[in-house]
Design a protein around this ligand. Sequence first.
Ligand code: SAM
Length: 265
Amino acid sequence: MINNLKEYKSKGYKGFEIKNGDFSSVWNAALYAELYPDYEALRIEIAKLIHDCTRLKHPKVLDSCCGSGFLSKDLYLDGFDIDFADKNPSFGSSFVSELTGAKIIKASWHEYPDTADFKKEYYDFVMCRGNSFIYSSGGINQEFKANSELATQRYIDSLSGLYSVMKPGATLYLDKYKDSEIPFKCKVGFDLETNKEIVWYCNRKIDEGYREASIGYADESISYFHCCDDLDSDLLFKVAHTVGFKIREINLKYEKNFSVYLLQK
Ligand SMILES: C[S@@+](CC[C@H](N)C(=O)[O-])C[C@H]1O[C@@H](n2cnc3c(N)ncnc32)[C@H](O)[C@@H]1O
């Protein structure tokens, strides 16, 4: 029994075709319909933020964990000069094939200084969004074991990698789950074939030093399960300062799900 568990049904609740237990279509369609009902407004808000931070007409932008191209694909289509990178470029093969001249650089953040595709001090604005940075602390599935000391070093190594490709004065956009997040179970839809309900679940276990998140069938017969070391904003500020960034939290009107931080080199 979980205290304070918030249970609710997504506004984007609908049927999904789940093939061989692959819930990636649910991640993309249901979660983003759930999280970003005002997507077009978010797109405009982020474009303005990039211009405000860089004060440039044509800033060099990097999406450092593009995944399936959420937001950055559209910013690219809007004319932004964006490079894409990800630890797992295969997640983005579909969106990148639709963009002329685009490719995804394969690299984890801590590997940037040794990645030939990256130039030092090159980008004006780097994005690390979608609650991705929390997973830089290490194994996220079966092999995960909370270890705050090791995690702290890995956050520093990852931020140092991102820092290395940024111009002096450049901005890193980084978001993560809110410190105030309470455990929730959100019914995102159902499997069109089996009729099984699909549930997205998150639980931050502060005392045990980690956060778990999953998406899968409500009966838990199959689910994608991710864990990460707990990263609160105090620790994020500490590691950002260690690397040499100035950091502040900002409020965006159309990003209500995650806390957003701007880290300036
Ligand atoms: C939740 S998805 C977010 C995708 C996208 N940025 C968005 O806003 O929807 C997380 C992405 O981060 C990538 N990722 C995780 N750890 C990474 C690392 N250490 N270096 C680079 N990318 C990483 C994953 O491969 C995945 O594509």
